[in-house]
Ligand binder design. Structure first.
Ligand code: ZN
Ligand code: ZN
Length: 255
């Protein structure tokens, strides 16, 4: 499985791009930005978007993706999300006020986007990939994703504070090759992390203790809030966690 980091930060600010991960060129995990794609050719390959939750740093590019797809008749994009997330996208973004309802445009027969509800325990299948949604603990309904191709699996935490189910899923996945875990604030802002339901490096380490991490499994940390990147990076480096990589925009992994 090819994992390409289009953006890995918890906001978009001065050179930091908000979260979007491209898998095998056709599945986007969250849609915080697509500005690092090179041209319409790469863009056109994207057929599916899985949205972990509707915070802006995870959906910001979706309205513009939808609009661009108006130009590509018969090439609608399938948007996977929980019932709550899809309801919010319809109600608050694609509502004809903030942005057009691209689930009926350019025509109801060939809309730019189709919504597909993804539920815990009921995976969806796309071009050889299986996508499972696993609830996590955040300030709005949110899930992480377990994505597998039959040979390897990648776990994506989405935004979460201390949680459990997704780590149980990690422990039940024998072919897990990479675990993406969020870390948003430095240790001194633990209180803010708890209130906003995110992790600090110390909280991240507590979460990782819940996972039986096999040798060779990559731990990929992401979702740093831009004002604290240097501070968080320093704290994580000092922890010297085996196999942990702090992601950067543009990284590519074969897992
Ligand atoms: Zn976020
Ligand atoms: Zn969030």
């Amino acid at each position: 499985m090819k994992l390409r980091v289009l953006g890995c930060y918890g906001a978009e600010f001065l050179g930091y791009k908000s979260v979007a991960f491209l898998i095998n060129d056709f599945l986007l995990i969250d849609a915080g930005n697509i500005s690092s794609l090179e041209g319409v050719g790469e863009f056109s390959k994207i057929r599916y978007v899985a949205i972990s939750h509707v915070h802006l740093d995870h959906i910001k590019a979706l309205p513009f993706i939808a609009e661009q797809l108006m130009e590509e008749v018969d090439k609608g994009l399938e948007v996977f999300g929980t019932e709550e997330s899809i309801g919010s996208l319809r109600r608050y973004i694609f509502n004809g006020s903030i942005w057009p309802d691209f689930s009926v445009l350019p025509t109801p027969q060939h809309p730019a986007i189709h919504y597909t509800v993804i539920r815990e325990g009921s995976p969806v299948y796309t071009n050889g990939l299986t996508i499972n949604a696993i609830p996590v603990d955040h300030t709005v309904p949110a899930v992480g994703f377990l994505i597998g191709d039959g040979r390897s699996s990648v776990l994506y935490s989405g935004d979460t504070g201390p949680t459990q189910k997704i780590w149980d899923a990690a422990n039940n996945t024998l072919d897990l090759k990479a675990l993406l875990i969020e870390v948003s604030y430095p240790n001194r802002l633990r209180e803010r992390a708890m209130i906003t339901m995110h992790l600090t490096p110390q909280l991240m380490v507590e979460e990782l203790k819940k996972v039986d991490i096999k040798k060779g499994v990559l731990i990929l940390a992401y979702h740093l809030k831009p004002p604290y990147v240097d501070e968080i990076r320093k704290e994580i480096c000092e922890m010297k966690i085996d196999n942990l990589i702090l992601l950067e925009d543009g990284d590519v992994f074969e897992v």
